[in-house]
Design a protein around this ligand. Structure first.
Ligand SMILES: Nc1ncnc2c1ncn2[C@@H]1O[C@H](COP(=O)(O)OP(=O)(O)OP(=O)(O)O)[C@@H](O)[C@H]1O
Ligand SMILES: [Mg+2]
Length: 180
């Protein structure tokens, strides 16, 4: 079973392939409604209604040279196994939003996984793109913005090993505060 942080890597890859420069990731652990909801919103090239429908077909891809595209269909299957669903909203030239929901306490709901590692890698490897991550759990939550981070770092590159290590620890600390 792939954990959610790996699906996030996949979805961010899609957004980057669509030339997004702004990617917003939200992970919402809604304990009251027993739902876990992952949302990824980008400002990439978007898709037409037909492309949107086709995108969930494992045999549809605009990637070359492969002729299968599995990212979205695997995620859709994972949501449905756990009593949830995948929704795609897109507008050509504007961007795309993917919403994946899971029944929180379903035995087949994938674990969140190591979001600190996912975030650290995507932020370090894609300086040209702005990332915002928001993780909510019940009443608690925290936000991470690569743009704010860049401002604080005043010229130190985001892929500097010490920055990456600090960022990973920072996200882990923040996630711990959501647990209590
Ligand atoms: N955020 C997005 N913006 C624009 N188009 C998208 C986006 N996400 C997916 N697509 C389109 O949907 C297709 C299918 O996406 P999917 O992730 O399922 O497969 P893939 O990215 O082509 O291949 P894989 O994920 O297996 O590497 C993509 O090839 C692309 O054309
Ligand atoms: Mg993909």
């Amino acid at each position: 079973m792939r954990d959610i942080s790996l699906h996030v890597l996949d979805l961010v890859q899609n957004s980057l392939a669509a030339e997004a420069t702004d990617i917003q990731i939200t992970l919402d652990e809604d304990l009251e409604q027993n739902l876990l909801c992952l949302t990824i919103r980008d400002n990439g090239r978007g898709m037409s209604a037909e492309q949107c429908q086709a995108a969930l077909d494992p045999f549809y891809t605009t990637r070359t040279p492969r002729n299968v595209g599995l990212g979205l269909s695997l995620l859709q299957a994972a949501t449905e196994r756990a009593g949830g669903q995948l929704q795609l909203y897109s507008q050509l030239g504007k961007g795309t939003t993917v919403v994946a929901s899971f029944v929180y306490d379903n035995v087949d709901r994938p674990p969140i996984g190591d979001m600190s590692l996912t975030l650290t890698s995507i932020i370090a490897l894609n300086e040209q793109c702005q990332f915002t991550y928001q993780h909510r759990r019940g009443e608690r939550g925290f936000t991470l913005s690569s743009q704010e981070l860049r401002q604080e770092l005043a010229g130190i590159p985001l892929d500097h090993p010490q920055v990456a290590a600090w960022l990973r620890d920072y996200v882990r600390e923040q996630e711990k505060t959501l647990e209590v």
